[in-house]
Design a protein around this ligand. Structure first.
Ligand SMILES: [Zn+2]
Length: 210
């Protein structure tokens, strides 16, 4: 009996590719890479470190933003209480992703008001643009004008969103998912990057310029 080596090699190659094929579930695809931050970070090439002077994948450390603090100051302010092992510092300054679902504080939160950056208190989103994407993280179809800056991830696969004032990592933005919202975008944001205030607490619409 003769082994067909050509077919055998094709089978092995197919199986290898299939192993890394992303799931077709959009929401899962959206954050599948975030659930494995270590491999992504290990893929960083030296040129990124040379350009941005940082070993972190977070855009918070790559560019210049109006609100500037030392890492020690950020850690002092944001490194306190942990939610499933993560502090706001881990998410905002080092681009970690909180677990999805019930532990994500604002995932199913729909009270009227404004969502501010937990790092610098800039208004980022209003309840008027929040919707239930089912992905397990807070979802918005638009941000306060100018409040959010976009960066393509180093591997080119996703678009990171950060606070335009302090560069704090918020999450990622996705287009064309047809959730039926006016802009057809989904800002998928970590609750740990946000702090909500209702209208009585100062989260009025006019404050967020919407
Ligand atoms: Zn900020």
């Amino acid at each position: 009996m003769r082994i067909n080596l050509h077919n055998f090699i094709r089978t092995v190659i197919f199986a290898s590719n299939a192993t890394f094929r992303p799931t077709t579930a959009t929401a899962h695809r959206a954050f599948s890479a975030s659930r494995a931050p270590a491999p992504l970070r290990s893929m960083q090439i030296p040129i990124f470190g040379a350009l941005f002077g940082s070993s972190s994948s977070s855009s918070a450390k790559k560019m210049d933003y109006p609100v500037k603090k030392t890492e020690a100051e950020w850690k002092e302010e944001l490194g306190g209480s942990k939610t499933f092992g993560l502090t706001p510092y881990d998410v905002l300054r080092n681009a970690h992703t909180e677990p999805p679902g019930p532990t994500s504080q604002y995932n199913k939160h729909y009270a009227p008001g404004t969502y501010f950056c937990r790092g610098c208190s800039a208004p980022l989103y209003t309840s008027d643009t929040k919707f239930d994407s089912g992905c397990g993280w807070p979802a918005f179809f638009d941000a306060v004008p100018g409040a959010v800056t976009r960066h393509t991830d180093p591997d080119g696969s996703r678009t990171e969103i950060v606070c335009s004032s302090c560069g704090g990592h918020l999450g990622h933005v996705f287009k064309g998912e047809r959730f039926g919202n006016p802009i057809d975008e989904r800002h998928c944001v970590n609750s740990l990057s946000l702090r909500f205030r209702d209208e009585e607490e100062g989260g009025k619409k006019e404050e967020s310029k919407v």
